[in-house]
Design a protein around this ligand. Structure first.
Ligand code: C5P
Length: 396
């Protein structure tokens, strides 16, 4: 049993702290709720106390509370501090080391791991000030879960929704060592799915990628405790949780979303990026005459990453080939400057696109040699787990 101190700051998502408390207790943890002054506008201390079966602390200066258990003691007894929801305010206080109220004072005195589940309007999340705060906290080893993309209480849509209680409880368990933590502390960026390149306002060019292999990789990495950022094109059934997901349409949008990420340990380019886009047309093309499309080459995202100054220590590309593929794959591994390349040979036996199974061959650059290992055929999830094990081995 671990002691999890749950800091609840002000935000509409505070009501989810009740469910989070229930889940943490179900996992056998003792939950000590600590609220900011304004959090009481969104969730009542009484409900929290009832579900946690533990007193709620909310004041640095309430004589009873400070004598019963002081802020230093609260920090000292914690195996993990979870801040959920974490408002822009509490994150900024934490980054600056301000000790203004009970939660911020406790955080300053704390040496236990901290898990943060941010929740705020997407403009606030994307604000330069918030992003600098996040970078500072990440640099100090603070773990993040979410925020997710979705509809917000303010009626807008975007990134900033608090991760679901299940995701937060899962991330808490990883940190507490109850689950596989082989990749915890690693920030892994994955691209997946197709890209869609518009021809005109209603038509587009795309490809057959379902995003299933990339989604399986994301699930595998999350299960190993990695912090995963998934930049994906249009995927009909997105079945991942616990990852920061960015949905995009075009190759250019995918490139922008990828290049916006920082401090990445592993980049996995599993997306089937359209090689060309169509010169933009403002009006719908009329039927009746033969249509000629002017194609413009798209940026190569994988190459942009390997050539960037932020090149992650491990870069993994994919190659889908239909002919004498090993030679092509070796050439691609070198040309793209990646460390590993996963080859799937597209054939009648291995349709790969849209299927539940795949056949992968790993090509790993080792000095000026390339080691080739055939992983054989298997479910996309099993192959993803093999990849996670190889990545774990790389960092071991
Ligand atoms: O050149 P090709 O498309 O065969 O390369 C495949 C690899 O390169 C995959 O890892 C794919 O995700 C990546 N790629 C990319 N950007 C492109 C084209 C491919 O990241 N524009």
């Amino acid at each position: 049993m671990a002691t999890v101190t749950l800091i609840i700051s002000a935000g509409i998502a505070a009501y989810k702290a009740l469910e989070l408390t229930r889940l943490l207790r179900k996992e056998g943890h003792r939950v000590v709720p600590v609220m900011t002054k304004s959090a009481g506008h969104f969730v009542t201390p009484l409900s929290l106390e009832a579900i946690a079966e533990h007193p709620v602390y909310d004041s640095l200066f309430a004589a009873g509370q400070e004598s019963q258990i002081g802020h230093i003691q609260l920090a000292r007894q914690s195996d993990l501090i979870v801040i959920a929801p974490a408002s822009a305010q509490i994150l900024a206080q934490y980054a600056l080391g301000l000790a203004e109220d009970l939660p911020s004072t406790m955080l300053l005195a704390n040496t236990a791991p901290v898990l943060v589940a941010p929740a705020m309007n997407h403009r606030m999340w994307q604000a330069e000030a918030t992003q600098k705060t996040i970078a500072t906290l990440r640099g100090r080893g603070v773990a993040f879960v979410g925020p997710n993309i979705g509809d917000m209480a303010c009626g807008e849509h975007g990134i900033g929704r608090m991760a679901e209680p299940e995701e937060i409880a899962d991330a808490a368990s990883h940190i507490l060592g109850l689950k596989d933590t082989s990749l915890s502390g690693k920030r892994i960026l994955v691209t997946g799915g197709p890209t869609c390149e518009p021809i005109d306002p209603v038509r587009y060019i795309a490809n057959r990628s379902s995003g299933k292999q990339a989604s399986a990789i994301v699930r595998g990495l999350v299960a190993c405790g990695a912090e995963v950022i998934f930049v994906h094109g249009p995927i009909s059934e997105l079945s991942v949780s616990g990852a920061e997901c960015h949905g995009v349409q075009t190759a250019q949008e995918m490139l922008d979303a990828v290049m916006a990420q920082q401090n990445i340990d592993v980049f996995i380019a599993a997306a089937a990026v359209a090689d060309w886009r169509v010169a933009p047309r403002a009006q719908k093309v009329k039927k009746g005459a033969a249509l000629t499309l002017e194609m413009i080459e798209n940026p190569d995202i994988l190459l942009s990453v390997t050539q960037s100054v932020f090149r992650p220590p491990l870069v993994i590309g994919f190659a889908a080939e239909t002919d004498s593929s090993l030679d092509h794959a070796q050439a691609k591994l070198r040309r793209k400057g990646c460390d590993w390349l996963l080859l799937n040979e597209i054939s009648a036996q291995n349709p790969a696109f849209g299927a539940e199974e795949n056949h992968l061959i790993l090509l790993a650059q080792q000095g000026d040699k390339v080691a080739v290992t055939d992983w054989g055929r298997g479910s996309k999830d099993a192959l993803a787990q093999r990849l996670c094990a190889e990545i774990t081995g790389f960092f071991a």
